[in-house]
Design a protein. Structure first.
Length: 150
């Protein structure tokens, strides 16, 4: 046998071992997770249903989940995908953001009598006024036939 053939077989065997060892490790972790499920835990099933474990039947490998009060369903233990951790509530500090947002967006004045200027003084440009030129009327009637000489 050639040495390169033996080397290729050794590399293939090593790759197979690494792939199967990772898979076995993940299966072992999933099995340990499902074995420790207990009533009162919040879980998500593989299909995306959220609920609280109400009852665990060890003999039949069936777990009863309550998704809404009074609505219970039975699931195989293998259908439980993950444990849902309750969200951590962070305490937000109140900051005065009105001065920052007023500078960016302007401020609305609740009392119109104290406004600085009249509404009639506002000049709003017409969006279409910049689209037409004085010579545009002449250009519209002329077709471009490629015979321009400049």
């Amino acid at each position: 046998m050639d040495i390169s053939f033996i080397l290729i077989l050794a590399l293939a065997a090593g790759a197979m071992f690494l792939m199967t060892s990772r898979t076995r490790k993940q299966q072992r972790e999933a099995q340990n997770f499902r074995a420790t499920l207990a009533p009162g835990q919040e879980v998500m099933t593989g299909s995306g249903m959220f609920g609280t474990i109400v009852d665990v039947d060890e003999d039949a490998d069936v777990i009863t989940i309550e998704s809404t009060p009074g609505n219970q369903s039975r699931w195989l233990r293998a259908a439980i995908a993950k444990l849902v951790e309750p969200p951590v509530e962070t305490e937000e500090t109140e900051t005065d953001e009105t001065s920052e947002t007023a500078a960016v967006y302007g401020s609305a004045n609740a009392d119109p009598s104290t406004s600085k200027g009249d509404v009639d003084d506002l000049v709003v440009p017409d969006d279409l006024s910049g689209l037409t030129d004085d010579g545009s009327e002449k250009e519209r009637g002329r077709r471009d036939d490629g015979t321009d000489t400049k």
